[in-house]
Design a protein around this ligand. Sequence first.
Ligand code: GLN
Length: 503
Amino acid sequence: MSDLTRISAAALAEKLTAKEVSSVEATQAHLDRIADVDGAIHAFLQVSGDAALATAADVDARRAAGESLHALAGVPIAVKDVVVTKGLETTAGSRILEGWIPPYDATLVERIKAAGLPILGKTNMDEFAMGSSTEHSAYGNTHNPWDLDRIPGGSGGGSAAAVAAYEAPLAIGTDTGGSIRQPAAVTGTVGVKPTYGGVSRYGLIALASSLDQAGPVTRTVLDSALLHELIGGHDPRDSTSIDEPLPALVAAAQQGAKADLTGVRVGVIRELQGEGYQPGVLARFEESLELLRGAGAQIVEVSCPHFTYALAAYYLILPAEASSNLAKFDGMRFGLRVVPEDNPTAERVMSATRGQGFGDEVKRRIILGTYALSAGYYDAYYGSAQKVRTLIQRDFTAAFEAADVLVSPTAPTTAFKLGEKLDDPLAMYLNDVATIPANLAGVPGLSLPSGLSDDGLPVGFQVLAPAKADDRLYRVGAALEALLENEWGGPLLLKAPELEVAR
Ligand code: GLN
């Protein structure tokens, strides 16, 4: 494996700026790595090697001509397949969009292209981002680089696996209930869900519009801050986009790396630990708390009593919004069209297309959502869930009076075996108990690796901050990363662990 694929994006960016390596070399190294390992990992649905090398060559030429470039110019990146990319097939992991070539770029893709980051390809995901294991993809499983028999998390398992397997230094994910943070936790990567409205949703294929956020997947906290600053900030094409400058995220990560948290109040969420959490996950969590305490943080316990109902509220609100968002896949406008032989009326084409084009999990949620929104049940289900959502937001408001950031394990367990939870939707949904509250309240969250459990698999540590205070995630996240570094000699994925795929 080339050294260029083993370093952080920030380190690679420095080598590019110093003209020690060219973007073409760096991009080719990642394409070679993809060719070597992606047969086993299957992180990518599409690899856009020629386009990536063309971007790289262009950046190299501009650099040689002395143009001033973005700090990440020339650093390659992978993009989750739910984000539309002009001229590059975008399926959201679904058969219904097979062959769909978008005529435009998502805002975040425009920003990535304008900054000169070569796009390596599109990553695998659960169909329409519904799932926690990537097993609901219509295009096959992605394998966890730590153990190929295990899931890489979901729905953004492809982006997380690509970064963990050194196929890409940076990736884009989307997080509606945990799909950036939970895959990060089980693959040993860093993943950030920004404040709702912090990154434009223009050009994201919507799952649940009031919950969706795109964000970075990387190997270090600083790399996430760099990518977040690149893709974030106001976009007039998204009416929920926050019209304010982003907080200084890179500066916060740099400050955090000094590992001085004097005066920072860290709130441990009582409801997000204990029963249902794997002992190895809790052990790493406790050790990380001790490290934060050692760095001067004040550890307090906070209670968020309504978090117990977050999962139930989410699985009413999400299907309700999804059933409406997915109505546009009707066989007329995008991708697949199935025409029944006899009597092909518009309604029958629509029904045949949706019947064949959607997988079981998508159908389950459309049915659930339509039911929850139906006139007779609206108040009992959707209306009640929205009230619970307000109570969860109030829990956060109260907790953030007692603490500057809140923390918990990111996921209750390490990566489980492929197939283990596939036939049990409720067991699958439980993976997101700790991540969903942030989406319901719109607050930002970060997951970083806090070591390995007794089973040798990575454990995620989650940091949550108030809306629009994403800088706190980076300060505390970078501090913990630096403190852990002292224990094990480097951020988890930079210290060359014995990944199965690397052997
Ligand atoms: N696993 C959750 C779900 O299935 C989260 C999905 C997501 O964040 N996109 O809905």
